[in-house]
Write a protein that binds this ligand. Structure first.
Ligand code: AMP
Ligand code: MG
Length: 452
């Protein structure tokens, strides 16, 4: 039929098209561990050496020959002469003759001639050689800990047998030299930094950070904190979207506010193209007389105005520039709705996956959950709704789950696409399918956590 609107694109189809256009991950660079947080590995991190690098003690205690203490019990302790000490950072070249022990600290290398460690808790120190020279019952109460400042005793009574290898952390048991300890495509969090450092890496090879330019359009917009005058409104999208980019691991460049004129929008976008990997423009994306963003995008590349079956999220435009002169890359062009909730939700749904892809993240992980809603969740027909919700928690702050493991959610405020209050209060988006107009109170709903 002639006046049938073009069919709407599903959220998945839109994402798929964006990812197909996003292209290869950005080139890589070497960065110090100190600068690696949030970056994405471009190459595996290999263990530079075995880890632990040598056999070492997992306890404070005594390095012994297990055979010497095989008969040790509480009632028949075995006395060992203590011939020395190894501390963390000390040498393994300490001789432990048969019938003798060496005091050892956690993490200290195991003397080569010993084969096990007796934890200090299974020993009684003897400081007076004369008093126990006859190997009579041990003199004092068992000491519960290890005081590195205390003098090395002349002897110790072992009250429990240990097997050969007991309390010894073996060389290479964590990591074998040359094997990958971290795989490429993984975003680096604190544990990965610690792992890389432990593996002997001072630097890691990561993908370059994506750079995003963020522009707001609208004659009515004023920079945050500026007087509004007669009919101004604060520009919420630019600070919000800049922060979204940064929270997603990108560098973000503030391109300011452009009035609703093609020349002004072009003037803001053109010089940015050589400096950014993607351009994010909010407002002015529809087809009204003052909606110039699509024309601006068309002037620097190709663009489609999409009808995505999503609410909030209309209108939305996506395209790419011509290959740029510097490196031949095409800059991704995102035209997001002006309404602030729509801008943030479309960023979440469509810009983030593109950022992840060019950042080099290998696999997407979606942070979803099942919940029961306390409120009726309604939205327009035929579109997938992403409603702003909070999660019920108990007195200690833990999310409450029912006997089927489902969370409980309610709306975090008014659901208008202009109503930032509910977005700012939200912990999650409740996903209401295209096929229903509403989910009644008590119904089950999938949620998507809004944790960065
Ligand atoms: P538009 O997409 O330009 O038609 O704008 C839709 C609605 O969003 C209008 O009410 C605009 O005033 C509002 N709007 C557009 N851009 C912003 C912005 N950067 N911050 C806050 N509201 C905006
Ligand atoms: Mg506008």
């Amino acid at each position: 039929v002639a006046n049938d609107p073009e069919p709407m694109l599903s959220v998945e189809a839109a994402e798929e098209r964006i990812l197909a256009a996003a292209g290869a991950p950005l080139p890589d660079e070497e960065v110090a561990l100190d600068a690696a947080l949030g970056r994405v590995l471009a190459e595996p991190v290999l263990g530079a050496f075995d880890l632990p690098p040598w056999d070492n003690s997992s306890m404070d205690g005594y390095a012994v020959h297990a055979a010497d203490v095989a008969s040790a019990t509480e009632t028949a302790p075995v006395r060992l002469r203590v011939v020395g000490e190894v501390r963390a950072g000390g040498t393994a070249e300490v001789d432990v003759p048969p019938g003798c022990a060496v005091r050892i600290a956690t993490g200290a290398p195991l003397p080569r001639s010993a084969d096990a460690v007796v934890p200090v808790e299974s020993t009684i120190a003897s400081v007076d050689a004369a008093a126990d020279a006859n190997q009579a019952a041990p003199p004092g109460p068992r000491i519960a800990g290890f005081d590195p400042a205390s003098p090395v005793p002349v002897a110790c009574f072992v009250v429990a047998a240990v097997a050969s290898g007991a309390y010894v952390r073996r060389r290479g048991e964590d990591v074998r030299a040359g094997t990958a300890v971290l795989e490429p495509g993984r975003r680096i969090a604190p544990a990965q930094i610690a792992m890389a450092a432990a593996a002997g890496a001072g630097t890691v090879r990561v993908h370059c950070r994506p750079v995003a330019g963020v522009l707001s359009t609208g004659d009515e917009l004023r920079s945050a904190g500026q007087p509004l005058g007669e009919s101004g409104i604060p520009d919420a999208n630019r600070p919000g979207l800049l922060a979204m980019c940064r929270a997603a691991g990108a560098d973000a460049i503030d391109l300011g506010i452009a009035p609703d004129s093609l020349d002004a929008v072009m003037a803001a976008l053109k010089p940015a193209i050589e400096r950014v990997d993607l351009l994010i423009v909010s407002g002015g994306v529809s087809v009204g007389p003052y909606d110039v963003v699509r024309s601006a995008f068309a002037a620097v590349g190709s663009v489609d105005l999409w009808r995505v079956a999503v609410q909030p999220g209309k209108p939305f435009a996506f395209g790419r520039t011509e290959p740029r002169s510097g490196d031949g890359r095409r800059v991704l062009l995102f035209g997001l709705p002006g309404n602030p909730v729509s801008a943030l939700v479309t960023f979440e749904l469509f810009v983030k996956p593109a950022l992840r892809r060019i950042s080099g993240v290998a696999t997407a992980t979606l942070d979803t959950d099942r919940a029961v809603t306390d409120d009726r969740l309604s939205k327009g027909p035929g579109r997938r709704g992403y409603l702003r919700v909070v999660v019920a928690r108990d007195g200690s702050g833990r999310p409450i789950r029912d006997d089927r493991g489902r969370l409980r959610v309610r709306q975090s405020g008014g659901q208008g696409s202009n109503m930032l209050g509910a977005m700012a209060a939200a912990e999650a988006l409740a996903v209401v399918p295209e096929t229903v107009d509403a989910i009644d109170a008590g119904g089950e709903v999938e949620i998507r956590w809004l944790r960065t």
